[in-house]
Design a binder for this molecule. Sequence first.
Ligand code: SF4
Ligand code: SF4
Length: 179
Amino acid sequence: MAKIKKKVKSIRVDADKCSGCRSCEIICSAYHAEPKYSIINPARSRIRVIMHRTNDIWLPVFAGEYTAAECMGRDKYFIDGKEYEECSFCRAACPSRDMFKEPDSGLPLKCDLCESDPPLDKPKCVEWCHDDVLIYEEREEEVEEDVKIDDMEIGLKALVDKHGMEKLLETIARMSQKN
Ligand code: SF4
Ligand code: SF4
């Protein structure tokens, strides 16, 4: 694997400032709707705000990688006297919960930093967060060149895990005969 210079994009989360307004969930789901802005449904958002009002917890978490297997153990965190439930900080779409999955199909969702052509100045959730919780950052880094797994590949992998490769190929063959 070759080393290359790459622009690394990230979003820093200053969770202490979060008011739980959920604007980030609204705009993310609208921006990724087909066609764009046709539907608002936080359940389709690639950022979710973990909320425990009595504990004064508002924790924005971005959808990360899909995983076919649940963790064998779970972690509880105590930070500044607040107790965070198991899985609160986890970014995975995994079989143990409905988080970061399309509500209809169950297919996993992953934050793509609002990739678009031409690129946006900043991701939509950052633009819509008026409490400055989400801060967009870019930096140059030397990294190993990697194979990029896009949304399509993640979705297909989930379908293979769920139904098996043979069933998936049969379905694609049947669909292509109809078109
Ligand atoms: S938009 Fe900002 S303040 Fe509102 S819930 Fe999201 S992260 Fe928190
Ligand atoms: S960066 Fe874009 S895709 Fe990722 S959570 Fe924010 S709005 Fe959604």
